[in-house]
Design a protein around this ligand. Structure first.
Ligand code: ADP
Ligand code: MG
Length: 697
């Protein structure tokens, strides 16, 4: 149950004075529909209204508060576009107040000729004339108090002005009462952090622009609160998972042995280590929750298969969940190939399977005749019943929500925990692994299979596109297969698509009949057809819009062209480049850039040229991440923090992790006074998933 003290925080924004239905709707789009969503909506700048110069000394674009005498009104003739102008002066100079679409009556009442007014706003000098359009504040001289001295500037929402937003946030803050302190007293003292309420107010009532610095104490405190809630919730989930009775699977059985014998290659040291770590979990009677991290091409699939075989040779079933149809089918093919010599049955199930074939497959699954089922979301639909599912492998696990993972985990035998092996090809910096996957044990594939040639990465200006196309001629004659990734344009999928289609048409004219196009708007079968043609070599050039479409293994592909590479984050570039260099041929990655104005973009290009180590790139990615500059960063599977910034506060993550562990050791049910306060924190930060595993207080 949510603590009573938080009820007002979770009230809807319409309950705030000055927020009607229309504003509430606008707020909901950008901020949220509850009062506490406004708490986390922090100002990005401050306006200082203390500056009160004489008009004769005002500079262009200066923010001023001046006392003036109102002069003549210059109303525009009806039905013209001219603004309404009002003259005023302070004895040293004249200024024009300008109003567009103004109502004359209203202005005559607000600004009567001959009276004094205090006016605050930004002055512009136009043809030597001082002007102020739509002053922020107009008040009588004895009402100076109504003009805030320092005014926070909030990120704007279409339809809500800065002033209205400020007023709404302030109204929300009125509801923010002091909460019981959940912070460790020693830590709080050492860092000199304020209490929660004071910290929140400090962020919303900055006194100077310097107060907006995320390394200020108030901000760090709130960031720490968020990390602590995150780590505590993950620790609770982890504890719960560990409590569940799993089953001890046989890892030393005949199938795994035979797989390793029949593989055409020797496992890398890293693969062996990861398999051993996983086996340790599988053989133990508690449920496994393990993440396998490994760069694209590091050989996760065979590790997954070895684990699934442990389930099969123990008489149970395993499932492999993939985010897309293409990936599911690709996994299906490669698992079948690896397992040819083993007498087991592997099947695939996706949303495309319907009717009789699906019914028959489900019957076999329920009867235990299928050992390994590969598929998409279709794997955990209601009517999919397993005979005895013991292990779920989740590929690209960040592409699935918690609910989806739970739905699959619920497919095991009632009362029995399921072993979960999550996989990700997105190498994540160590500190962030804690926030994203703190509930899991982690295995890392740091070594690549031998025989790979490094990918020759070059950065080239877009202006040299023609040259690039000419060089493709030569590559194609040499038998290369080419990926061509089109620019993600301003997050609008439509323009991506248009750009990709244009490029497709252009390349298709140059290399008629040899170019294919895949994009997000295509239907599964259509997409698969193009992909299959590319994999089979019927097409030599594949133009694609996004990362997702190329999540496939085509060892013959040796050239990767990425347009507008400067717009991608390092993690994305690394993912894309990972699609080549998978076979024995020498591979090239051409990063075409349009605009390298940003220093971070140049740094990213440089790192891409210098290294292929995904873990190193991930660390750099974190370091160079520029706010809002990059496309597709959300895809990296990081939890969204509302207060904390991974850029500025990640040093606090390990502290929060240790804190959370210690808390649960000393106070497992959060029953002490601090424990009660921590419950409030969990609810405040909406860590519902973790709360679920707390016994009620
Ligand atoms: P990931 O899923 O991690 O991107 P895959 O499992 O698809 O990587 O493996 C990439 C390629 O490397 C596959 O063609 C696979 O057959 C091959 N491979 C995997 N392990 C080894 C190994 N130890 N030695 C040689 N090749 C390997
Ligand atoms: Mg893979």
């Amino acid at each position: 149950m949510r603590p009573e003290i938080l009820y007002p925080f979770f009230a809807e924004t319409v309950s705030l004075p000055g927020v009607g239905g229309r504003i509430a709707q606008l707020l909901d789009k950008v901020v949220g529909n509850r009062v506490l969503d406004l708490f986390w909506h922090f100002p990005v700048d401050v306006i200082d209204r203390r500056n009160s110069p004489q008009l004769s000394e005002v500079r262009h674009e200066q923010m001023v508060t001046v006392e003036v005498e109102i002069g003549a009104h210059d109303a525009p003739p009806p039905r013209t576009r001219r603004p309404y102008r009002i003259w005023c002066h302070d004895g040293t100079a004249q200024m024009q107040l300008i109003f567009f679409h103004a109502k004359g009556d209203y202005l005559r009442r607000q600004l009567p000729e001959g009276e004094k007014r205090l006016i605050s706003g930004k002055v512009e000098i136009f043809n030597g004339q001082l002007q102020m359009s739509h002053p922020d504040y107009i008040v009588a001289p004895d009402k100076r108090d109504e003009i805030p001295v320092i005014e926070p500037v909030y990120p704007l929402t279409a339809g809500i002005s800065g002033r209205v937003m400020g007023r709404i946030v302030r109204a929300a803050l009125e509801r923010a009462v002091e909460l019981p302190e959940w912070m460790d007293a020693a830590l709080k003292q050492r860092e000199g952090w304020p209490g929660w309420h004071e910290a929140l107010r400090a962020l919303h009532y900055p006194e100077t622009a310097a107060d907006l610095d995320p390394s200020r104490k108030a901000h760090r405190r709130l960031a720490y609160d968020e990390f602590l809630a995150n780590q505590l919730a993950l620790a609770l989930i982890r504890r719960e998972a560990k409590k569940k009775k799993g089953r001890a699977l046989t890892t030393e059985g005949p199938l795994v042995g035979k797989l390793i014998e029949t593989l055409p290659y020797e496992l890398t040291g890293s693969q062996k280590e990861c398999i051993a770590e996983i086996n340790g979990d599988l053989a133990s009677p508690s449920a496994m929750m393990r993440l396998l991290q490994g760069d694209v091409g590091s050989g996760k699939t065979v590790v997954a298969l070895a684990s699934m075989l442990a389930a099969v040779q123990s008489g149970a079933q395993a499932a492999l969940l993939a985010p897309t149809e293409i990936l599911a089918r690709q996994h299906y093919d490669s698992l079948r190939e690896m397992a040819v010599a083993l007498d087991i049955r592997i099947e695939v199930l996706t949303g495309r399977d319907k009717g009789k074939a699906r019914t028959a497959l489900l019957a076999d699954l329920a009867a235990g005749e299928i050992d390994i089922l590969v598929g998409t979301h279709a794997l955990f639909q209601k009517d999919v019943i397993y005979h005895d599912l013991a292990l779920a492998v989740i590929d690209e696990q960040h592409r699935f929500g918690v609910e989806q993972r739970m739905a699959l985990a619920a497919k095991g035998k009632p009362g029995q925990g399921m072993d979960i092996l999550a996989m990700t090809a997105t190498p994540i910096p160590r500190t962030l692994t804690l926030t994203a996957y703190g509930d899991m044990d982690v295995s890392r594939l740091t070594e690549k299979p031998p025989g790979r040639q490094p990918v020759d990465t070059r950065t080239i200006s877009h202006n040299r596109l023609d040259e690039v196309v000419r060089s493709l001629h030569r590559a194609l004659e040499g038998g290369a297969r080419i990926y061509w990734i089109c620019p993600l344009v301003e997050e609008s999928e439509k323009s991506d698509l248009a750009a990709a289609e244009d490029r497709f048409r252009q390349l298709d004219q140059i290399f008629p009949g040899r170019v294919g196009l895949v994009h997000g708007k295509m239907k599964g079968p259509e997409k698969d057809k193009v992909m299959a043609a590319f994999a089979a070599g019927d097409l030599d050039v594949l133009v694609a819009t996004t990362v997702i479409e190329v999540g496939v293994n085509v060892p013959e592909a040796t050239v990767m062209v990425i347009e507008h590479a400067e717009r991608f984050g390092l993690a994305q570039l690394h993912q894309l480049r990972g699609r080549v260099g998978r076979g024995s041929g020498k591979s090239v990655c051409l990063l075409l850039y349009g605009n390298l104005a940003s220093e971070a973009a140049r740094a990213r290009m440089k790192i891409m040229r210098e290294t292929e180590d995904g873990f190193l790139i991930a660390e750099e990615d974190l370091r160079l991440r520029g706010a809002g500059e990059l496309l597709g960063t959300r895809q990296s599977g990081m939890p969204d923090f509302r207060v904390a910034s991974l850029e500025f506060h990640s040093d606090l993550i390990p502290v929060a992790r240790d804190d959370a562990r210690l808390i649960l050791e000393k106070d497992p049910d959060l029953k002490t006074e601090r424990g009660e306060a921590l419950r409030v924190l969990l609810y405040l930060m909406e860590q519902d998933e973790g709360i679920r595993y707390l016994r009620s207080g």
